[in-house]
Design a binder for this molecule. Sequence first.
Ligand code: DAT
Ligand code: MG
Length: 140
Amino acid sequence: MALERTFSIIKPDATARNLTGAVNAVIEKAGLRIVAQKRIQMTRAQAEEFYGVHRERPFFGELVDFMISAPVVVQVLEGENGIARYREVMGATNPENAAEGTIRKLYAKSVGENSVHGSDAPDTAKIEIAQFFAGNEIVG
Ligand code: DAT
Ligand code: MG
């Protein structure tokens, strides 16, 4: 399989605990390359758009409040089979179910405050990358 790009967010629980570097170390050790990265304060509108697919879920309000509670680091990662690979490296959504050595097992506080986001499919990766990065900000 060719190199594939995925969209990643280091979430507020991780940035607030100064874990950006620790998370990036796991990403890089797993063979994924950080080809774009910036620290931003998400607006409520950006968070609502980003998680729009979850709008009807009971945790939506909580999720949006959390995502704007502190800065986040948005990233584009690149690697062989990058989308699925990063999902593996992140671990299960609920850290109680996450495998040893995964980012969520190591660092997540709870199912809501779970340290990282990663795209789940090629179409969503493309949309999510485009929401936060211009083409010339991504340098492979
Ligand atoms: P993932 O982030 O693993 O792709 P998801 O897309 O199902 O998981 O959900 C997006 C985010 O919503 C997730 O990272 C944290 C939050 N979330 C999901 N399920 C939740 C729940 N049962 N309670 C609280 N927050 C939840
Ligand atoms: Mg998801």
